[in-house]
Ligand binder design. Structure first.
Ligand code: HMG
Ligand code: MG
Length: 290
């Protein structure tokens, strides 16, 4: 499981979340047993003001051994800042649709990939693994449905550049299992299934069904966010990521041990929802006894 709440979960919050709350959230998530936490984002503070305190967040956390604290980096400038702050891994992000790419990172898909090449080279000299995100892997808010072939092309390009893991983003949360399987089928011709992750937003309540379908297909890396927090500032109408509590509940029912303490995770989801004054977006979080 790759925990998204401190980054994807908070990036869209309208009022600035105090750095101390972000730090406590990350520490609590690590305490729950999560072993990869996307902790910050080194993007332009003009584009996403909520993520401007990445340096303070990463340097402020009490680290737990064995936990990967990663950060989103759109360019070399972001990577250098992430390295200075002590990120264990970084992630680059582009999209399968031109319009979303333009809206999100102000460049074309081809230029984004060209921009990532020197970033990956520098990361390599620091022995830092780079994850690659492909947003709009099913639908684009500006262009509508995206073909599996288009997703496979971009995933393949990121893999060829040296990304160790490719996360396929259902940015809008519109996907259903049949389309997810067609997309995974196309992408897995280019990138080994073991290096693919799924990243579902849950706008239409399909995320768990999609995850189950993906698991059956051989996917083993799942992005999720405690309390179902999240949303991209450049994907209007999209709701949060699938809730981590709900994913753990599903996995437990399947006999898969995620190494996460469900009760601690539920308490963390309740705590952050209260901090943000938000309805808890996890069904498990709501149903779990006090
Ligand atoms: P740009 O304006 O084209 O960049 O933005 P630029 O290179 O022309 O630089 C303009 C200014 O930004 C300069 O400052 C740079 O220093 C600064 P100025 O001289 O004007 O004062 N700048 C930076 N500052 C800090 N850190 C940096 C950085 N880079 C430039 N790394 C850029 C291009 C990519 C920077 C911008 O478009 C951007 O930051 N976009 C990020 C958008 C974002 O964070 N979106 C949400 C994350 S993606 C997501 O949520 C999807 C995902 O969850 C998967 C899914 O669900 O699909 C991953
Ligand atoms: Mg996302």
């Amino acid at each position: 499981m790759v925990e998204m709440a401190p980054r994807d979960g908070l990036q869209h919050e309208a009022s600035l979340v105090p750095t101390a709350v972000k730090i406590e959230l990350i520490e609590r998530l690590a305490h729950c047993g999560l072993r990869h936490i996307e902790a910050a984002s080194f993007v332009s503070p003009k584009w996403v003001p909520q993520m401007a305190d990445g340096q303070a967040v990463l340097t402020g956390i009490k680290r737990q051994p064995g936990v990967i604290y990663s950060a989103l980096t759109p360019n070399l400038q972001g990577l250098k800042a992430a390295l200075a702050a002590g990120a264990d891994q970084v992630a680059v992000f582009t999209a399968a649709s031109e319009s979303f790419c333009q809206h999100n990172i102000n460049t074309s898909i081809a230029d984004s990939l060209a921009r990532f090449a020197p970033l990956l080279a520098l990361a390599k000299t620091h022995n830092i693994a780079v994850r690659g995100y492909v947003s709009t892997a099913l639908d684009c808010p500006y262009e509508g449905p995206i073909t599996p072939a288009a997703v496979a092309r971009v995933a393949s390009a990121l893999y060829q550049l040296g990304c160790t893991e490719i996360s396929l983003g259902d940015t809008l949360g519109t996907g259903t299992p049949k389309r997810v399987l067609a997309m995974l089928h196309a992408v897995s011709q280019e990138v080994p299934m073991a290096q693919l992750a799924v990243h579902f937003h849950d706008s239409y309540g399909q995320a768990l069904a999609n995850i189950y379908a993906a698991l059956e297909q051989g996917i083993r890396i799942i992005d999720s966010s405690v309390a179902g927090l999240g949303g991209c500032p450049y994907a209007p109408g999209a709701s949060g990521n699938v809730a981590s509590e709900d994913v753990v509940y599903l996995l437990q029912g399947l006999g898969v041990h995620a190494g996460v303490n469900q009760d601690d995770l539920v308490q963390t989801g309740r705590w952050i929802s209260q901090q943000l004054g938000r309805h808890n977006g996890s069904k498990t979080g709501l149903a779990w006894p006090e």
